[in-house]
Design a protein around this ligand. Structure first.
Ligand code: FE
Ligand code: FE
Ligand code: MG
Length: 165
């Protein structure tokens, strides 16, 4: 922990750490949802969807890395027990019980939309008090916006396939 770095954030520092930990829970759950989804997905455009899901899984893991680094910098204690993922998550976990592409894409789109709102809130909360966390939230949100767009693009392609018949 950098003492001056922590002091700079002021009396809301524990609140910032809490938001970071909640987002960390989201990222791990999102990582797993994408990762397991990429293994089981079936249906049209399966190969393309699988590749996209794997890429997104890697991005979510990178987001977890950014968050945990910031938590430690601020002198916080990152989540140590996976049991806490489900307790702290903002966006939850949608088990891909139905492996059909469309269903998996819809579940992940919902997750991305929740992630966008979560980082939006983190940005609002940190704007005036913690420019470093603000910048991390912005960087992550940029990816989440791209993720949503990619997944919706795949849904569109899938929909357009019916015109081929
Ligand atoms: Fe993410
Ligand atoms: Fe994402
Ligand atoms: Mg992508």
């Amino acid at each position: 922990m950098g003492t001056k770095g922590r002091e700079m954030v002021g009396n809301k520092v524990d609140e910032v750490i809490d938001l970071l930990n909640r987002a960390l829970a989201d990222e791990w759950l999102a990582y797993y949802q994408y990762w397991i989804g990429s293994k089981i997905v079936v249906g049209p455009m399966k190969g393309e969807v699988m590749t996209e899901l794997m890429e997104h899984a890697a991005d979510e893991l990178r987001h977890a890395e950014l968050l945990v680094t910031r938590i430690i910098q601020l002198g916080g204690k990152p989540i140590l027990d996976p049991d806490d993922w489900k307790k702290l998550t903002n966006c939850g976990y949608d088990a891909p019980e139905d492996p059909f592409v469309r269903k998996i894409l819809d579940q992940n789109i919902k997750g991305e939309q929740c992630a966008i709102s979560t980082y939006r809130k983190m940005m609002e909360m940190t704007k005036e008090i913690d420019p470093i966390t603000y910048e991390i939230a912005l960087e992550i949100m940029r990816d989440e916006v791209e993720h949503e767009d990619d997944l919706q693009g795949l849904v569109e392609d899938l929909e357009n396939m019916k015109f081929l018949r």
